[in-house]
Design a protein around this ligand. Structure first.
Ligand code: CAP
Ligand code: MG
Length: 408
């Protein structure tokens, strides 16, 4: 199958097949009228065609020839210009949403995917054997702390037991917290944690910027052991450039702005599609939602994203297309947004153990402070790993007890 298949939800005053044909034409060889410059041979080679049409679910499949894509020069931006391009503006469509996409072998093999993936990151953290969920934190407040204050918070969180620390998506290198000074200070403190505990803690520095290569070089020179990017505001090309140029550090992918693209049920792109492109472009960790936290996201939708980023093969199911990753590594799924220790058992029941459970407010908001907040999160994970109810475990774990008292 040397074709890219994209599945869309479509509502139109036109018959569904005709509406689908309009999409296929607009995104391949056609336009609103016949043009004399389009030859039969061009049409034969490059025209997208309509595949399965399901009137009940109002979904259509558009089959794009592989030859329509230029992955070497155009890359993922040009893929999006085709499968998620002009079609959203077609006046004849009252609703149109890109639900899923599946790529052929040659297409997938043009990408390297994650450099580390789940196993690579587990190795760095030291959880390859017990395979427990990782506990992460976002330094809070989002903005305003100095490099020294940021490093203090990072130290407390790491001493409390987090595996992973990250900048918030809005922090880059503002005057109050210049990036190189921040990285230097945080890594200095994490080295102290390593000396004291023998534990390796990752710190993802946000390098979302006009020139990600230069910014990442500076961050790495200052000692960064992980990089972070806001993929949708920076662009997929920035993610891929980071992944291909800096193979020795993992890449944490934040998806800020995704809801502007995926939240409406009528227009936009399902996050499954965006997440598949993040896997191709080389993200090692990606936010997938949490179902139980503060951000909107249905159980089925979050599960479909987890499957898309972590599984080697995906069977066709519940409206989703089958996919084969042809050996591209899995991405570590990150659950974030309004999480706290009390939500850990439900989260692990829903999404399993190959997740990073990330909390900002749910750690730094602990009544005894950041270190206790981190301990409480780790205690919640340990209890759940041993099938012990949190209330029972809290009887002799004071940090967890206090967290459960505050957030229930
Ligand atoms: C979480 C977070 C993340 C969101 C993003 C925030 O902080 O840092 O950016 O989780 O959502 O600013 O809200 P809290 P998603 O733990 O304090 O809520 O992971 O769905 O992309
Ligand atoms: Mg955030």
């Amino acid at each position: 199958m040397e074709e890219v298949i994209a599945k869309y939800y479509v509502m139109s005053r036109l018959p569904l097949e005709t509406a689908a044909k309009r999409i296929a034409e607009e995104e391949s060889t056609g336009t609103w009228t016949h043009v004399s410059t389009t030859t039969k041979s061009i049409e034969k080679k490059y025209s997208a065609r309509v595949g399965e049409v399901d009137r009940e679910s109002h979904t259509v499949e558009i089959i794009y020839p592989y030859a329509d894509f230029d992955l070497k020069v155009g890359g993922i931006p040009s893929v999006l210009s085709i499968i998620a391009g002009n079609l959203f503006g077609l006046g004849s469509l009252e609703a149109v949403r890109l639900l899923d996409v599946t790529f052929p072998k040659d297409f997938v093999q043009q990408f390297d995917g994650p450099n580390f993936g789940i196993e690579g990151i587990r190795k760095m953290i030291g959880t390859s054997k017990d395979k427990r969920p990782h506990v992460g934190t976002i330094i809070k407040p989002k903005i305003g702390l100095s490099p020294k204050q940021t490093a203090e918070v990072a130290y407390e969180a790491a001493m409390g037991g987090v595996d992973f620390i990250k900048d918030d998506e809005t922090l880059v290198s503002q005057s109050f917290c210049a990036m190189e000074k921040r990285v230097n200070a945080v890594i200095g403190k994490l080295d102290e944690v390593k000396d004291e505990t023998r534990r390796n803690v990752l710190y993802a520095c946000n390098v979302t910027s006009t020139d990600v290569i230069k910014t990442a070089e500076k961050a790495l020179k200052a000692g960064a052991n992980c990089l972070m990017i806001d993929v949708l505001t920076a662009g997929y090309n920035s993610l891929q450039l980071l992944s291909e140029n800096f193979r020795k550090v993992p890449l944490h992918v934040h998806r800020t702005m995704h809801a502007a693209i995926d939240r409406s049920k009528d227009f936009g792109v399902d996050f499954v599609v965006l997440a598949k492109l993040i896997r191709l472009a080389g993200g090692d960790q990606v936010h997938i939602g949490s179902v139980v936290g503060k951000m909107e996201g249905d159980r089925e939708d979050v599960l479909a994203v987890e499957e898309a980023v972590e599984k080697p093969l995906i069977k066709e199911h519940a409206g989703h297309l089958a996919s084969n990753w042809y050996g591209i590594k899995p991405v570590f799924a990150v659950c974030s947004g309004g999480l706290h220790p009390g939500l850990v058992p439900e989260l692990m029941k829903l999404l399993g153990k190959d997740i990073t459970i990330q909390a900002g407010g749910g750690i730094h908001g602990h009544p005894f402070g950041t270190r206790a907040g981190a301990k409480a999160m780790r205690q919640a994970v340990d209890a759940t790993m041993h099938n012990i109810p949190l209330r029972e475990y809290a009887a002799d774990h004071v940090e967890l007890a206090k967290a459960l008292e505050k957030w229930h």
